[in-house]
Design a protein around this ligand. Structure first.
Ligand code: HEM
Length: 353
């Protein structure tokens, strides 16, 4: 397989956004570190529309290969860099990137009008709405539900597509559709009544997590004889559990605005669910983008185990108000993500030899 170097600048933009976002995450945890003036406040947008805003549309653009589609990761990439020096311009560029990404999904829905493409398109629409609210000056705690909805529906739609091999029944698909709609309804409701909105979307997340634990192909692959397939299944399975925990926390605590509970509610989803999914999808996404296979090493389990252990520590610190426990949990979260990046690069380079 020939390494496709032309997409490496996009990947570099995504990874740099992640590194800046991780730096900002440490500042938000209270670690005293040098910083750029806007960095700490940019943490959420850097993660959502910088790192994932480049990566997710890039994967779609590489798969469909229409030139205009690369405008989405490009706008998000230039957008996050601008955000650090000219926040207004950065916000506008990232919003434009999300709108182009929505058009990519519209193309996909027109080609294949089925539930998983529609789910992903609604996910993209949620990202666009969240971004428009953000650049209009809404506080992030008020629009974070839109960003959560974006990631759950985008990843959920993709999982639904990949689990088609199990031939889910019409009834199972219908239940999925109802739960996805309930998540969207909770997100809309959160704009008018923050507590009820958080409860409804929390309930939908918990139910969706149970749905995936039962119906995703991960459940079957957890005892698969191929080590890479088994590892991916562990990533997905544990990610769904964190989504369920995040949903339960939202139901218990309702709307959160800042501080430890806010941290726990957001990061059970963003770190527990989203990062686990990224760990699990990397062996599929990177070969598709780079044209280079990824070799599996049992050491992959080290960053996965560290991610879950550290998140457990962080959430325990959050829920019991132990500031240092939360701070160290956050640092170890980041160590797990850096280990994952290192292992992925090593694996791609080794597979070339
Ligand atoms: C892995 C290490 C991470 C650390 C240490 C970290 C740290 C933090 C902290 C301390 C906060 C503020 C919570 C509070 O108000 O007390 C925060 C907020 C937030 N984080 Fe993270 N985070 C991490 C990963 C992520 C990821 C992976 C995402 C998204 C995919 C994410 C998205 C957000 C968002 C959207 C907010 C809300 C921002 C705001 O209200 O301004 N974080 N994070």
């Amino acid at each position: 397989m020939k390494l496709q170097t032309r997409f490496i600048p996009f990947l570099a933009l995504a990874i740099l956004a992640l590194l800046f976002a991780l730096w900002a995450g440490l500042l938000r945890l209270g670690w005293m570190l040098p910083a750029l003036p806007n960095l700490a406040l940019a943490h959420g947008p850097l993660m959502i529309s910088g790192f994932l805003g480049v990566l997710i549309p890039l994967e779609r653009a590489v798969a469909i290969r229409q030139r205009w589609m690369f405008a989405a990761p490009l706008a998000c990439g230039v957008g996050w860099v601008s955000l650090l020096f000219a926040p207004t311009l950065g916000g506008i560029l990232m919003t434009v990137g999300s709108i182009v990404a929505l058009f990519i999904l519209i193309v996909m829905v027109r080609r294949e009008p089925v539930i998983h493409t529609v789910t992903m398109a609604v996910g993209m629409l949620s990202w666009v709405i969240g971004n428009i609210l953000w650049i209009s000056g809404f506080p992030i705690y008020q629009l974070a539900h839109w960003w959560i909805c974006y990631l759950i529906l985008t990843i959920g739609g993709e999982r639904l597509e990949l689990s088609r091999v199990l031939h889910p029944t019409r009834g199972q698909i219908r239940i999925f559709g109802v739960l996805a709609l309930a998540l969207l309804a909770g997100t809309v409701l959160s704009m008018f009544n923050a507590n009820w909105g958080a409860c409804l979307s929390g309930l939908a997340m918990l139910a969706l997590a149970i749905w995936f634990l039962k119906n995703d192909i991960a459940a079957r692959n957890i005892s698969h004889p191929i080590p890479l397939t088994r590892y991916i299944a562990f990533c997905l399975f544990s990610g769904f559990i964190w989504m369920g925990i995040g949903g339960a926390l939202q139901m218990i605590y309702g709307a959160t605005y800042a501080g430890p509970l806010y941290d726990a509610v957001l990061h059970t989803v963003f770190v527990g669910f989203v990062m686990s999914m990224i760990f699990g999808h990397a062996p599929i996404i990177f070969p598709a983008i780079l044209g280079a296979p990824i070799n599996f090493y049992p050491a992959f389990y080290a960053h996965l185990a560290l991610l879950h252990f550290s998140l457990l520590l962080r959430v325990t610190g959050d829920l019991t108000n132990q500031v240092d426990v939360r701070k160290w949990g956050g640092v170890l979260n980041e160590a797990a993500i850096l280990m994952f990046l290192g292992m992925t690069v090593y694996s791609v380079l080794r597979s070339r030899k």
